[in-house]
Write a protein of this length. Sequence first.
Length: 109
Amino acid sequence: MNVSGFTQLGQVLMLSIVCTGAVLAQTATPGIDKREANQERRIQQGEQSGALTNREAARLERREARLDRHQAKAEADGVVTRQERRELRREENRDSRAIYRQKHDRQHN
């Protein structure tokens, strides 16, 4: 194989790697997953410290479960669009505010 053959082969390999990475990046939601895990830790910590009542914790956990369902629905078609990411982020923001409010509302277990 001559030099231009290697160059073309290299270009094809690089293109396939880039395309594969782009497809994986569209369905992966590592930032959302990380934040969701953090919020679940915050709820557990609130339960353990007594800052959250059992009822408040159950309500917050239902919100987290709803977010899980919405994320699964967004990932179902293999692509998480910019709009879907925005909606998931907004829902995370609302859930985060709810966790903060419930932990600081002076109701204790």
